[in-house]
Design a protein around this ligand. Structure first.
Ligand code: T3D
Length: 262
């Protein structure tokens, strides 16, 4: 399928999805929702072992395209809950449910849903000039895409409330200092830093990473005893994988393991 609002490709186990509406800071319109959904669905059958999500041009993503949301005075209000249910909720669940790591390469401003989509990824690497804006308060909405769930867990209630109630820009550097993202790198180094991470993850034991991601993401809802059960069951499965056998063999032979992702 050829896409109009995104770029999507797979090379050497690394899938790259670029939001590609730079004139609108890669905000989501209906077409982009459909294309992103289609692209993510391809990952199930492709040989992808890591996904990189980024934006074209000077922004990462400015959330919902507000050009699609203008209502004439006295007109019927739009059903935003329907949009969340059909588009944003499945997107966040898809990113978090993918059995491979997802890197957000935040090349510029990430605002509204765009900020929380980035934060739904497993590793967030941002360019120093990038920023995160919980822009919802400025237009009469509240954070979506899991922002009210994710932010307090990442940075605590005080900072989550400050960011969301005030809608101020948070610099990439501050986001990294707060532990909201994995790292902040110089603008010129973003591509190389993300490429290196993606290459490392594409050569890693994918099933082990998938089990780790699922356990950590699901762990908030479980007790320690339940989590220990999850670890036991997953470890049992992983102990039967070719990658585990290769890892142990390579350790004994004092060489770098060659993981196949199975
Ligand atoms: O509706 C539903 O389905 C419910 C779900 C909602 C989820 C949401 O995401 S709601 C939040 C929507 N997003 C925002 O409120 C952010 C709006 N944008 C901004 O606040 C600013 O653009 C930024 C802080 C992101 C960046 O500011 P700046 O000064 O760097 O850029 P700019 O000049 O404002 O924007 C550049 C262009 O992108 C500009 O177009 P123009 O004038 O050059 O033709 C601007 O209109 C356009 N743009 C930016 N954000 C959006 C947008 N166009 C449509 N929708 C946008 N969200």
């Amino acid at each position: 399928m050829s896409y109009e609002t995104i770029l999507f490709g797979l090379d050497g186990g690394i899938a790259r999805l670029t939001l590609n509406r730079p004139d609108k800071l890669n905000s989501f319109n209906a077409a982009m929702h459909g294309e992103v959904r289609h692209a993510l669905a391809q990952l199930g059958t492709a040989q992808a072992r890591v996904l990189v999500l980024t934006g074209a041009g000077r922004g990462f993503c400015a959330g919902q395209d507000l050009g699609e949301r203008a209502v004439a005075p006295g007109g019927e209000p739009l059903d935003l809950g329907d949009s969340i249910e059909r588009h944003y909720k499945p997107l966040i669940l898809a990113l978090q449910g993918l059995p491979l790591p997802v890197i957000a390469a935040v090349n510029g401003v990430a605002a509204g849903a765009g900020a929380n989509i980035a934060l739904a990824c497993d590793l967030v690497v941002a360019a120093r000039s990038a920023s995160f804006v919980q822009a919802f308060a400025k237009i009469g909405l509240m954070p979506d895409c899991g922002g009210t769930w994710t932010l307090p867990r990442l940075i605590g209630n005080a900072r989550a409330l400050g960011l969301t109630l005030l809608g101020q820009k948070l610099s990439a550097e501050q986001a990294a200092a707060w532990g909201m993202i994995w790292s902040c790198v110089e603008d010129a180094d973003l591509a190389a830093a993300v490429d290196a991470l993606a290459a490392q993850l594409a050569a890693a034991p994918t099933r082990g990473l998938a089990a780790t991601k699922a356990a950590i993401r699901g762990g908030w809802q479980r007790s320690l005893a339940e989590q220990l059960d999850v670890e036991r069951d997953a470890q049992r499965e992983l102990g039967r994988t070719a990658d585990y056998a290769e890892g142990v063999r390579a350790f004994g032979e004092k060489r770098t393991p060659h993981f196949k992702g199975r």
